[in-house]
Ligand binder design. Structure first.
Ligand code: DCP
Ligand code: CA
Ligand code: CA
Length: 357
C-alpha cells in the first residue's frame, strides 16, 4: 500500500524571523522588499498579517497601505523585514536532514516542502500517528510549525496539507479520494492557474465534481490533452513515484559550544571523541552503512569560524578511523599553522558526508 505525505512549513520565512526575533511575537510580520523603496513584493507574511488581507506576491506598497489602514483602525502596524535567503536555505536543509533521518525516502520540492514516502509504516493510522510525532519533534527541536497531508499519492497529499493550515494534519484515505476531491474547486488541481480556471468556468466546470461527472471526450474536445489530464487528476488516481534525493548530498553532524573557551589538548580531544561517538550513533539510527568525508568545524573565541575536511580513500564506519581523521584536522588549529595567535576555541563540530545507505 502506498502512503504518501506532503509536508509544508507554515508562513516559512516569517516563522523563521519570528523564531529568531522574539520581540516580533504576536505582531503582524511581512517579509519582503523595503516598503519605502516603492518597488518589489511580499515574499510572505505571518497569519496575523494575513488578517489584514496581505499575501505573498502582493506589491509591497499595497501591503504598506493595508498596514496604514489597520493603524488608523487602532490595530497593530505591520513590521516589514527584508528577507535573508541564505538563512532560510540553511534552516531548510537542517529541517529536511532531520526529516530524512526518520523517513527512508523523501523528495524535497521547494525551500519549505517535501513529499514523504510513508509506505514503510504500512497503515494510514500509523502514518497519521507518525506525522503527529514528526510535527511535535519539529516544534520542539526547531521552534517551527509545519502542516502535513497524507493520501495515496502526491497530488492528494499536497492538497491535504493545505486543509488544516497552520500546524494542521489531514488524512485522506484512498476510499475517500473521489468525494474529497469532488468538494474542491477546479483551482485545487495542480496545473490549474488563473487563466485555465477562467476557461474551465466559462465551460461550466466550477468544482472538481463537475469534471468528475463530465465525460473525458467532452473535456478532450474542449481542452485537448490538457482535458484528459484534468479528467485523470479529478479522479485522484495518480501514482507518481517519490524521487528520492541523492543521499550522497547529505551529512550528519554534531557540534558543541564550550562553557569556557579553551586550548586544552586533553579537553578538546575528549570532546572531539565524544562528538564522533554521537555522529556514529546517529549514523546507526539512520541506517548509514559508511561515510567517506569528515568535516571539522572550529570557532575561535572571537567567532572566527573555519572548516576543514578530508575524504578518505575507502568508505568506513569505523569509529577509530573517523576520530583519527577528525583529530588530524583539529591539531593544526591548536598550533601555529592555523592558529598563530593562540586564540582559544569556543566550539567544535564534526560532521560526516558522502554517506552510503
Ligand atoms: N515565497 C516567495 N514568494 C512567493 C511565494 C513564496 O518568496 N510568491 C517564499 C516565502 C515563503 C516560502 O517561499 O515563506 C514558502 O512559500 P509558501 O507558498 O509555502 O508560503 P508560506 O510558507 O509563507 O505560507 P503557508 O503557511 O501558506 O505555506
Ligand atoms: Ca509553506
Ligand atoms: Ca510551500
Amino acid at each position: 500500500m502506498r502512503i504518501i505525505g506532503h509536508i509544508d512549513f507554515d508562513a516559512f520565512f516569517a516563522s523563521v524571523e519570528e523564531r529568531d526575533n522574539p520581540w516580533l511575537k504576536g505582531l503582524p510580520v511581512v517579509v519582503g522588499s523595503d516598503p519605502h523603496s516603492g518597488r518589489g513584493v511580499v515574499a510572505t507574511c505571518n497569519y496575523k498579517a494575513r488578517e489584514y488581507g496581505i499575501h505573498s506576491a502582493m506589491p509591497i506598497t499595497k501591503a504598506w497601505q493595508l498596514s496604514q489602514n489597520a493603524k488608523r483602525e487602532k490595530k497593530q502596524e505591520v513590521i516589514f523585514i527584508t528577507p535573508t535567503h541564505r538563512k532560510y536555505g540553511k534552516v531548510s536543509s537542517e529541517l529536511f536532514t532531520y526529516i530524512q533521518e526518520q523517513v527512508p525516502s523523501i523528495q524535497k520540492v521547494s525551500v519549505d516542502e517535501a513529499y514523504l514516502d510513508l509506505s514503510f509504516l504500512r497503515s494510514y493510522k500509523k502514518a497519521e500517528a507518525f506525522a503527529k510525532k514528526l510535527q511535535q519533534g519539529i516544534k520542539t527541536k526547531f521552534k517551527l510549525t509545519a502542516s502535513i497531508g497524507i493520501g495515496p499519492n502526491k497530488m492528494i497529499a499536497k492538497i491535504a496539507s493545505e486543509e488544516k493550515k497552520p500546524h494542521g494534519l489531514f488524512v485522506c484515505l484512498p476510499r475517500d479520494v473521489y468525494t474529497y476531491l469532488g468538494k474542491k474547486t477546479v483551482r485545487a488541481l495542480p496545473g490549474v492557474g488563473n487563466a485555465f480556471e477562467r476557461k474551465l468556468k466559462a465551460k461550466g466546470f466550477y468544482s472538481i465534481r463537475d469534471i468528475q461527472e463530465g465525460s473525458w471526450e467532452a473535456l478532450e474536445s474542449i481542452f485537448g490533452s490538457h482535458g484528459i489530464e484534468l479528467f485523470q487528476k479529478a479522479y485522484g488516481t495518480g501514482s507518481e513515484v517519490i524521487y528520492t534525493e541523492p543521499r550522497t548530498a547529505l551529512s550528519i553532524g554534531e557540534e558543541e559550544t564550550f562553557a569556557v573557551d579553551t586550548l586544552s589538548l586533553k579537553f578538546l580531544t575528549n570532546r572531539l571523541s565524544s562528538l564522533c561517538e554521537d555522529v556514529l550513533t546517529r549514523m546507526e539510527t539512520s541506517g548509514v552503512k559508511s561515510i567517506q568525508t569528515i568535516t571539522l568545524k572550529i570557532r575561535f573565541a572571537d567567532f572566527e569560524t573555519h572548516t576543514a575536511r578530508t575524504t578518505i580513500s575507502t568508505p568506513t564506519k569505523n569509529m577509530r578511523i573517523i576520530y583519527a581523521s577528525a583529530l588530524k584536522l583539529l591539531l593544526p588549529f591548536l598550533e601555529n599553522e592555523k592558529n598563530p595567535h593562540k586564540k582559544p576555541i569556543r566550539l567544535i563540530g564534526v560532521s560526516v558526508s558522502k554517506l552510503v545507505y
